[in-house]
Structures are given as structure tokens and as C-alpha cells.
Design a binder for this molecule. Structure first.
Ligand code: GTR
Length: 328
């Protein structure tokens, strides 16, 4: 036992020294915020980026990921990143709403046909143009991650058709598009931060929420809202963004390393995402979730016409939506 204890103390001391040495080597430490827990594809995606950046800068630039909203809920984290209080954020476009108004069109329901379509759009010229919108708001968009397809879940009853949504109360991200989407579906929207959803379903403040399989699973929402209907109304891209203030302190060479590492991390994140979607589906089913897969999406898609009318008004917006829809 004594030997074990000594060994353990020795190991801890060595680890502490190694950590101190590593910390000393970092000339720059960038703090990155994520709402999701350890192991979630977005958290591990940014960690993969961190590993590449560390290697290519020979330990000069370190990215430290703070998972589970340790640095604040997503909307606050985005604002803190704009002000340079936090250096980086990984967040869904859905939370940007009027912070980066250009993201709103990308939050329109049923805009993307499938994940491949979303990748093609985000990895092409449209994604580059959108990065300019982020830059105007002091955020440097480095990579777009996958956020899968979002569907409704609730604690009350299986949703088999659009009529079943009538009068129900669902949490949405704090974004006007989603509030309008819910009223177009005949339901009530309650915008609130992600971290409040679990207790709000549990206490009956809301009937449910909407999200992808990995979030439904990792947040524990599946425990309190057993009915999950795969209507897949939203496919919202996610972004890894750096504060302009932190970015401008880096040399052009280091900026290039960051850009490349972020792009490479998107490839890793998307693979992790595909694996996690399957694993989460299995987890929630094992925990007793009832998945409604057979759902006619046509009435849902048709119901979105007023939302498009409200948001796709200018010729520029109309052109962009057309370009997105026409991307093959
Ligand atoms: C998740 C997304 C988060 C956050 C969350 C939410 O799917 O990855 O960034 O936006 O949804 O609903 O708030």
C-alpha cells in the first residue's frame, strides 16, 4: 500500500511538473467555449484542432476547451467572444440570430435537403461569403461543423402529424425564426437557453423541445421527454469562431495554421458526428424513448411558407436562398 501511495504521489508530482512545463511552453492559451459535455463530437472536434495547432506551433499556441457551458450559456459565450473575454466559441447558427443576422437564412426550416447538401453549401463559396458576415461582428469563422437534423420531442404524447402539435409548448433556441416556425406549426415557442430545458420539461413549464439525437441523448432530455418524432424540421450548421481581438494578436503564419487545423477538425467532427448519431439513437431507445419515424413531412414543409415570406424578403436574400437550394 505504501509503495502504491508513493508511486501515486510520484506520478502526481510528475504529472504536475509536466502540466506546468506544458503550460509554460504555451505562449498563447486560447479559451474555447462549448455547451456540450466531454466526449461530444463538437468538443472533441475542437480538441482535435487544438492538438494540430499545438503540434504545428511546437507548443506555442494552446487551445483549452471548456465543455458543458463552464464559460456560460451559448448566447452569452458568443457575446463574450465578440468582446474578447473568451477567445473561441463553438456554437450553433441557431443561437446567432441578430448577433450575425446573415445566419438567419441558414436557420430556415427545411432549407437543406440532407447533410451532404449542407456540407456542399458550407464548404463552398456561400460558406466563405458568410464568414465575412461573422467578421463584421468581430468573429472569425474558421470551420463549419455538423449539427445533424433537429426534431421534436415531448413528455406528453406521440406526435404523428402536424395537428398533434397544436397548442403544445416547445422550447426553441433564442432566435426569431424559430418562434415564427412554431407558430406556423400551431404550437407555442418558449425561447430559452439550452441549460434550462431539462428542468423546464421536468417541471412542466414546457411540453418539450427539439434537437438532434446526440443532444437529446447527452443532455438527458430523453429521460424527461420520451416521445421523439423524426420530422427533421431543421438542419442548422454550427461554427467554430475566434474572437477578432484574439485573432489579431496572432501572426499571419499562426492564423494560417489555425485555419487549416480548424478545417481538418471539421472532417473529424463530421465523422464523430455520424458515429454519435447512431450511438445516441441506440442509447435513447435502450432508455425507453419512443421514436416516431413514419411521419409525412409534406404538411410540415408546406406550413413553413409564411416563415419564408417573412425572412426571405430582399432580392439578396431571395438570391441566396435560391443559390443554396440549387447547390448540388
Ligand atoms: C445543439 C447545438 C448547441 C445548442 C443546442 C441548443 O444541437 O449543438 O450548440 O445550440 O443545440 O438547442 O441550444
Amino acid at each position: 500500500m505504501k509503495i502504491y501511495r508513493n508511486t501515486l504521489v510520484g506520478l502526481l508530482a510528475t504529472a504536475a511538473l509536466a502540466t506546468a512545463a506544458a503550460a509554460q511552453e504555451c505562449e498563447v492559451t486560447l479559451r474555447s467555449s462549448d455547451t456540450h459535455p466531454d466526449g461530444y463530437p463538437t468538443v472533441e472536434g475542437v480538441r482535435a484542432m487544438a492538438a494540430e495547432v499545438k503540434e504545428k506551433t511546437e507548443g506555442r499556441i494552446c487551445i483549452e476547451v471548456f465543455p458543458a457551458s463552464q464559460l456560460g450559456e451559448e448566447k452569452d459565450a458568443i457575446e463574450q467572444t465578440q468582446f474578447g473575454v473568451i477567445d473561441m466559441v463553438r456554437a450553433s447558427f441557431g443561437t446567432f440570430n441578430d448577433i450575425v443576422p446573415e445566419t438567419q437564412l441558414f436557420s430556415l426550416p427545411y432549407l437543406f435537403r440532407n447533410q451532404d447538401h449542407m456540407y456542399k453549401v458550407m464548404d463552398g463559396p456561400i460558406g466563405d461569403e458568410l464568414a465575412a458576415g461573422f467578421a463584421e461582428k468581430d468573429l472569425i469563422a474558421l470551420a463549419y461543423y455538423d449539427g445533424g437534423a433537429r426534431s421534436f420531442y415531448n413528455s406528453q404524447k406521440p406526435i404523428d402529424s402536424i395537428d398533434d402539435l397544436s397548442g403544445m409548448k416547445f422550447r426553441v433556441m433564442q432566435n426569431d425564426v424559430f418562434v415564427d416556425m412554431m407558430s406556423a406549426l400551431g404550437a407555442d415557442a418558449t425561447p430559452m437557453p439550452y441549460g434550462e430545458v431539462y428542468s423546464s420539461i421536468q417541471s412542466g413549464v414546457i411540453d418539450g423541445a427539439e434537437n438532434n439525437y446526440p443532444s437529446y441523448d447527452s443532455s438527458g432530455h430523453a429521460e424527461v421527454a420520451k416521445y421523439y418524432t423524426l420530422d427533421q424540421h431543421l438542419m442548422v450548421p454550427e461554427v467554430v469562431a475566434v474572437s477578432k481581438l484574439s485573432w489579431e494578436k496572432l501572426s499571419p503564419e499562426d492564423q494560417q495554421i489555425m485555419r487549416e487545423a480548424a478545417r481538418n477538425s471539421a472532417v473529424i467532427q463530421r465523422q464523430l458526428w455520424a458515429d454519435q448519431e447512431k450511438a445516441s439513437e441506440e442509447n435513447v431507445v435502450a432508455d425507453g424513448a419512443e421514436i416516431i419515424k413514419e411521419i409525412d413531412k409534406t404538411p410540415f414543409i408546406e406550413a413553413m411558407a409564411p416563415v419564408y415570406e417573412k425572412y426571405v424578403t430582399t432580392p439578396e436574400a431571395q438570391d441566396l436562398v435560391k443559390r443554396i437550394q440549387e447547390t448540388q
